[in-house]
Unconditional design. Structure first.
Length: 611
């Protein structure tokens, strides 16, 4: 019996050692006084066929999501602020639109995808204290055909019609606050008690200019032969600070403690690896330890990745080494190198008034080769799009002559009033250094009074447009060699889970792997005004009615509740006569009391009467 118990304990310990947790932090000076921090927490565990009683790395709630709702993978993001890739360079993760974004793949053979999506959004809404349950309806969700593909191992790629198993939704007006941050932190093995997560102080994080919180759940190969399937939970947090608001100058040395308001406390015992990467930015920087000025952290080697300036373990920071590390901008006469993104997308509102309007999207290609891109736009039901007005025009960057072109493929799904979100997907072949303008007109639909949000006069946010494209493998190496180190891609491809793995296997000139070169960018959200009734009218009408009733009530009450007194004939007559008569009587009374000594006599008589 005791041998069976020992064997069971041995098996459990073996499984526990297989589970892995990695935490990483990336620090980068974005230039122009902006500093960015990116936290990457990766939890990996084998997918057990028999449910466990205790979960060490990945919480049980994440396993329940996969099994309860037949999920292949799940992606959730909540963003406050807008990542300006033309000023800040490439993002650390695939950029998400402002607000909340949820998209998930479901397994083949599922009975009802809509019901599973309904239950999933409600579960996420309760777990992360957000209004994600609103996304359960088709009014807010769509099923794109070409813009999204599974990121983990999946059998869905073997089929042709997989869009029916995908659900995608945006909520542009959803805010990000500490109520969403707290349950996200509790999913970490060490919470925010030890390790790099001790730097996550909400009061400091939410005074920044940009916050992006993401959660990804997917299946991966646990071994080389992929005989065992594993589960991977990726949690990332990106923060951008404007140092001009905190330090007053962009040339003043800054520190992690000064921006995040905390230092690394201890080390997470569950972490298989815990590293801090300092990346090169457009402005030259030097790492020093205050108050000394050594360069023990600076790396000058030709064999490492040029994007990295320094790498050290978080335990060194927690034990004192580098605890007060400062990042000092180095003033040089050389102009800071800049490189605009390969492609950009902008979305604008056209027209005037509250009846009709339009949307114009501008795609800018700075590549010197032809790029095949997929443009996706979601159309709410209250903006009824007239697809007959859809126009796609293209011109060279040095020309003003626009030419009408046709997309390679298109998927147009009109919206239905109060029933379905519209969808537009266009596959475009964009020539080298060309601009593409996509425009269409829409009609604003009147809403019921109960359908307006609390602040109806503020307007409505339209979902952000999405642009996805794949850089040809033949052009990747040339782009990497041409771009400065500060502007090279930082988004992890599908084959890499951590930055340590990515930096070691993606130096310049290394063979490219499947998944490299895929880019997805989003435009800014658009605010439109809708025909809004005067919600203050009931209040104004109520005030007027109450005022009128109050005025009438006084006179009516006096007539109905007053006492009738008989008046003598000599006291009657017109009102003017009665007033004159009262005035004369008052004057006579005053004249009778006016003789000398009258007041004294009246005083004595009053005293005598009182005695």
């Amino acid at each position: 019996m005791w041998l069976t118990g020992l064997l069971f304990i041995f098996l459990l310990s073996g499984i526990k050692t297989q589970e892995r947790f990695t935490e990483e932090m990336l620090i980068k000076d974005l230039g122009r006084g902006f500093s960015s921090f990116h936290f990457n927490f990766v939890s990996q565990s084998p997918e057990y066929e028999i449910p466990k009683q205790h979960y060490d790395i990945i919480p049980k709630s994440m396993f329940s999501l996969l099994s309860s709702y037949s999920l292949e993978e799940l992606h959730l993001s909540m963003v406050r602020g807008y990542w300006d890739n033309e000023r800040w360079g490439p993002n650390f993760v695939t950029a998400a639109p402002v607000g909340a974004e949820v998209w998930s793949w479901f397994k083949r053979g599922i009975v009802n995808v809509d019901q599973a999506w309904f239950e999933l959004t409600h579960a996420l809404s309760g777990q992360f204290c957000a209004s994600l349950n609103r996304l359960s309806d088709k009014v807010y969700s769509v099923s794109p055909k070409w813009s999204f593909r599974p990121t983990g191992i999946s059998k869905l790629t073997d089929t042709t019609n997989t869009s029916t198993l995908l659900r995608y939704a945006q909520m542009p007006g959803e805010g990000l606050c500490s109520e969403n941050f707290t349950p996200w932190v509790k999913l970490l093995p060490c919470k925010n008690l030890k390790g790099l997560s001790t730097l996550l102080i909400p009061t400091s994080l939410f005074r920044s200019n940009y916050n992006a919180l993401t959660l990804g759940l997917r299946r991966i190969c646990w071994d080389v032969t992929c005989s065992v399937v594993g589960l991977e939970l990726v949690q990332t947090l990106t923060v951008v600070f404007d140092r001009r608001l905190l330090y007053g100058s962009t040339t003043v040395p800054w520190s992690v403690h000064g921006l995040l308001g905390s230092t690394v406390e201890g080390s997470c015992s569950a972490a298989h690896s815990s590293q801090i990467f300092v990346l090169r930015g457009p402005v030259s920087t030097q790492l020093t330890e205050f108050p000394t000025r050594d360069d023990r952290y600076n790396i000058t080697t030709s064999t490492g990745d040029l994007r990295i300036q320094a790498v050290f373990a978080s335990v060194d920071v927690s034990t004192g080494k580098g605890r007060r590390m400062m990042v000092s901008p180095v003033l040089t006469d050389d102009k800071a190198t800049e490189a605009l993104p390969l492609m950009s997308v902008h979305k604008y509102l056209t027209g005037s008034g509250t009846s009709d309007g339009g949307i114009r999207a501008l795609l800018i290609s700075r590549a010197d080769f032809t790029v095949t891109a997929i443009y996706m736009d979601m159309i709410p039901w209250y903006t009824q799009v007239l697809f007959s007005t859809l126009s796609v025009r293209v011109r060279h960057e040095s020309s003003d002559d626009w030419k009408i072109v046709k997309p390679v493929k298109s998927h147009l799904l009109p919206s239905l009033s109060r029933q379905r979100m519209g969808l537009m997907e266009l596959v475009l072949s964009i020539p080298a250094r060309h601009h593409v303008a996509i425009s269409y007109q829409f009609r604003r639909v009147l809403q019921r009074w109960s359908e307006y949000p609390p602040d109806a006069n503020h307007g409505y946010f339209l979902p952000a447009a999405t642009l996805s494209y794949q850089i040809p493998r033949s052009e990747l190496t040339r782009l990497q060699q041409r771009l400065p180190a500060a502007y090279r891609e930082l988004v992890l491809p599908n084959w890499a889970s951590t930055y340590g793995e990515y930096f070691n296997n993606s130096p310049v000139g290394a063979p490219h792997q499947p998944g490299d070169g895929f880019v997805r960018v989003h435009s800014a959200i658009v605010l439109i005004s809708m025909p809004t009734p005067d919600f203050s009218m009931p209040f104004n009408a109520l005030c007027i009615v109450c005022s009128v009733i109050a005025l009438l009530f006084g006179s009516v009450h006096k007539v109905t509740a007053g006492q009738l007194v008989a008046v003598l004939p000599n006291e009657g007559g017109p009102k003017l006569v009665r007033v004159v008569r009262k005035v004369i009587q008052r004057l006579r009374a005053l004249g009778a009391a006016a003789p000398r000594g009258g007041c004294l006599k009246y005083h004595f008589e009053t005293v005598k009467y009182m005695d």
